[in-house]
Design a protein around this ligand. Structure first.
Ligand code: GDP
Ligand code: MG
Length: 441
């Protein structure tokens, strides 16, 4: 069996490319992860196709197994797509810069207006909030509360002036901004629960009246699959330049981010994650990619493995393990050192062949102990390290003295080593095949 595995490994290596079977197997997992993250199905299909294409051209990595490598490509590609063309607000050459918020009712526009205003103010701007949502009875008042909290004035139709016309309010707000020297105008607009022609027309009329520098489409990350249809409707209707994802403090996996980005081609600019005005940040593609894949841990592990993993060293170790021969105390020490280099992450060890066995031993040893273990092994002669069976009582006493530990500690180390060796033999004998042996080609 081990011969066969060796053949599989070497054939993979000689090909130098990820195999289609490897890619397909991992792509299936990715597909499920994306669907579970509420990425819209057509988007998933496109994305997977894109990944397969890229993975097919990828060189086989020395440090990662094929599945890990595909996951890594997926992560990179996700970050690429989510973050491509990340950009800040487009400021007007002649102030005021006009920002218009569009989106369904409840998406978080009014809340976002306050967050943007507060943030821009902290960046040294003098924003003006504009209440152009005259649809809902309390909308103006809600914006006024938000504005007060942000310390930013709100432009609204005068009380008693009857129901204002939102287009007119928006238009007049620009005059007011120029007059009062506001360099940024943030226009909060009305939404409906669903996409609706009248609402869209109103947004278009406001747009045409004030020609915004940026229209931001605000979308609730919790809506999941629906995000695609809503985004498309707004894209075709009023159009927009950037996207803001809200309610990211909820348990949404963030598939909406990928869907909206993919379908509209517009960058995601900001993230809103709470009801408080400070729960707001520029959008971080890498965090979102991790959230969508829900593989943050795996990805961290992969990164660390890549950094700390000496591919050559591991290769030699693997060959030894595969041959099931001569696992020496030297190897034991080497593996423990490698484990230490990787840090206190037990899971990572599953990535490396044979390491699982050593991990169980090492998990009982803390960092300080590891130094003692190393000292013990270094106090042995090369012959003893290569063939620990010869370590009898008098040798143990000598080793203990040489390394400054008790004979009991030497005994315990030798016992642990034999346990690891035994487990390793068992593993080599009963190796079930690739799944349990994820490490190497
Ligand atoms: P609008 O209809 O688009 O103006 O949406 P609102 O700004 O009025 O927000 C609708 C509801 O969602 C309000 O209860 C907000 O407090 C809440 N909300 C807005 N943004 C967030 C967010 O990022 N996280 C959470 N948890 N709630 C939010
Ligand atoms: Mg509102």
């Amino acid at each position: 069996l081990s011969d066969r595995l060796t053949t599989v490994f070497s054939s993979l290596r000689s090909k130098g490319r990820l195999s289609e079977a490897d890619i397909n197997a991992t792509a299936r997992e990715i597909r499920v992860a994306l669907l579970e993250a509420d990425v819209a199905l057509p988007v998933v299909k496109d994305f997977i196709a894109q990944i397969k294409e890229r993975a097919a051209g990828a060189e086989v990595s020395q440090a990662l197994n094929p599945a890990q490598q595909v996951v890594k490509i997926v992560n990179e590609e996700l970050i690429n797509i989510l973050g491509g063309e990340t950009r800040r607000i487009r400021f007007a050459k002649t102030p005021p810069t006009v920002l218009m918020l569009a989106g369904l009712q409840g998406a978080g526009k009014t809340t976002l207006a306050g967050k943007l205003a507060r943030w821009l103010k902290s960046e040294g701007h003098a924003p003006l909030l504009v209440a152009a949502d005259l649809q809902r009875p309390n909308a103006v008042q809600q914006l006024q509360v938000v504005g007060e909290r942000a310390g930013v004035p709100v432009f609204a139709p005068e009380p008693g002036s009857g129901v204002g016309d939102p287009v007119n309010v928006a238009r007049r707000s620009i005059e007011q901004a120029k007059h009062a020297q506001h360099d940024i105008v943030i226009i909060d607009t009305a939404g409906r629960l669903g996409v609706d022609a009248e609402m869209m027309q109103q947004a278009i009329d406001i747009r045409d009246a004030v020609t915004p520098d940026d229209i931001l489409f605000v979308v609730d990350a919790m809506v999941g699959q629906d995000a695609v249809n809503t985004a498309q409707a707004f894209m075709e209707g009023v159009g927009f330049d950037g996207v803001v994802l809200t309610k990211l403090d909820g348990d949404a996996r963030g598939g909406a981010a990928l869907s909206v980005r993919h379908v509209t081609g517009r960058p995601i600019m900001f993230a809103s994650m709470g009801e408080k005005l400070e729960d707001f940040s520029v959008f971080h593609p890498d965090r979102m990619a991790g959230r969508i894949l829900d593989m943050g841990d795996i990805l961290t592990l992969i990164e660390q493995a890549e950094q700390a993993f000496d591919a050559q060293q591991a290769e030699e170790m693997t060959q030894k393990v595969l041959k099931g021969e001569n696992f020496t105390l030297e190897d034991f020490l080497e593996q423990m050192m490698m484990i230490r280099k990787l840090g206190p992450i037990g899971n990572l060890l599953g990535m490396m062949p044979g390491m699982g066995q050593v991990r169980d031993q090492v998990s009982q040893i803390d960092d300080k102990d590891l130094d003692r273990v190393a000292a013990i092994i270094r106090s042995m002669t090369p012959g003893e390290r290569a063939n620990p069976k010869i370590i009898n009582g008098s040798r143990r006493a000598r080793i203990a003295k040489g390394s400054g530990v008790t004979v009991g500690e030497v005994n315990s180390l030798v016992t642990r080593f034999f346990d690891a060796q035994k487990m390793m033999r068992q593993m080599t004998a009963g190796m079930p095949g690739m799944p349990g042996m994820p490490g190497r080609r």
